[in-house]
Unconditional design. Structure first.
Length: 415
């Protein structure tokens, strides 16, 4: 190999890999331990090229084969990293959401997260029925959803991820059942239930998705609640107490309840890998009423602010990335008529970053992709009150957004 080609090869290859890392192309793979090897390989290649190109006197000799040997030793790591990175982000990711059919009733749909194919309608209900809400099982194989009937009663069904084998799990008869939520191990479902003819807040019930057996979560009929969420480890679940404006944290191991005051009515979010619960609450800044994000340690009971408690903003719709690095949330100024924008903030409350900047568009219901690289959300044009909401996906590294469904609400990722 000519002398000039060897350092140029090292320089170009190292620079190319390093540029991929800087642009975030390898960000998924770099989250793993092997990603450090890819980064180290790129740096070593750059240093080798730089050292080779340095002027040397006649008494020094260049090792003609050592750099080539090292290059060939590093090539499998680099190539393996690129292959693995490609495998980490499959093109088969999908998003499930609700949209209206020809009868103007809500049905369950599925669309490619790449936005490159026509959405698929998963449910085929009667003209007098519609889907009100749904939940994807932890393994992504089943979707639990509630069907509202003409008499306002509800049923809970499950359906396979491809839209086959719809199965009636529970007939709620004269009750309105809604908001099914899977336990982290996928063995149970928690849902909300109330009599059709008695308006008011619901009670929480357990449901076995196989047998259809259902019992109240609490024996106390006066303990009402909605918006249940399980902690990732399955030890706790949170829910809203509509009577006392607070969030309750129930410990399934000790059967004890802790309370978190909150006046916003938002359900909050569990950290994916720690015993922390995040919630919003109202703050009074003189004549300004603001909403900020707070953190609660469910073990010690300690609480503290995550976002700036002196900022004149309304924060909400919080959701954690699966890798636990960022909290996504919606934010809008308190005294400006604009749509909520998507923001990110790190776990320690530092480095808040605005992800979207379209003041006339309201960005709602953000939900993270399983690889923590993208966020699906529903968007609504505030200047066109009669327009339909749509489903979008945004890349957090580039900020590029793409349309998934022109009409839809309540997106969830299908892992």
């Amino acid at each position: 190999m000519p002398k000039i080609l060897q350092p140029l090869t090292l320089l170009l290859l190292g620079g190319y890999i390093y540029s991929l890392i800087l642009r975030g192309t390898l960000s998924n793979f770099a989250d793993e331990q092997a990603g450090v090897l890819v980064l180290a390989s790129a740096i070593v290649l750059l240093l080798m090229a730089a050292a080779y190109l340095q002027p040397q006197d006649d008494t020094q000799t260049r090792p003609k084969n050592s750099s080539l040997k090292l290059l060939f030793a590093l090539l499998p790591i680099i190539v393996g990293g690129l292959i693995t990175e490609t495998a980490v982000v499959p093109n088969t990711a999908a998003i499930v959401y609700l949209s209206w059919d020809s009868n103007d009733n809500l049905q369950l749909f599925k669309a490619s997260a790449a936005g490159q194919a026509e959405p698929q309608q998963l449910t085929q209900l009667q003209p007098t029925q519609q889907v009100t809400n749904f939940s994807v099982s932890p393994d992504g194989q089943l979707i639990a959803y509630t069907v509202q009937n003409a008499d306002r009663s509800s049923n809970i069904w499950t359906i396979d991820r491809d839209g086959t084998l719809p199965y009636p799990v529970l007939d709620c008869l004269s009750a309105a059942c809604s908001h099914p939520v899977w336990s982290p191990d996928g063995t149970r479902i928690m849902y909300e239930r109330r009599p059709v003819d008695l308006p008011g807040s619901p009670r929480l019930w357990w449901l076995d998705p196989i047998s259809g057996e259902s019992i109240p979560v609490f024996n106390d009929a006066n303990l009402l609640g909605y918006g249940a969420q399980f902690s990732p480890n399955g030890r706790w679940f949170s829910f809203l107490n509509p009577l006392d404006q607070e969030i309750l944290i129930y410990d399934l191991e000790t059967t004890t309840i802790k309370t978190i005051p909150s006046q916003t009515g938002e359900i909050g979010a569990w950290h994916p890998s720690a015993d922390y619960f995040y919630f919003t609450d109202v703050q009074y800044l003189g004549s300004i009423v603001a909403t900020h994000i707070f953190q609660a340690d469910v073990l010690t009971g300690e609480q503290g602010g995550l976002t700036n408690v002196m900022a004149a903003v309304n924060d909400g719709s919080i959701t954690w990335s699966p890798n636990g690095r960022y909290l996504a949330f919606g934010r809008q100024p308190t005294r400006v008529a604009s749509g909520k924008q998507l923001w990110l903030i790190s776990a320690d409350g530092t480095d808040p970053f605005q992800l979207t900047d379209l003041p006339t568009i309201n960005h709602g219901r953000p939900t993270w992709s399983p690889d923590s690289q993208e966020i699906a959300y529903q968007a609504f044009d505030t200047t066109q009150p009669s327009s339909d909401p749509s489903i979008w996906v945004i890349e957090i590294t580039s900020g590029r957004a793409r349309l998934i469904a022109p009409v839809g609400i309540m997106p969830q990722w299908l892992p």
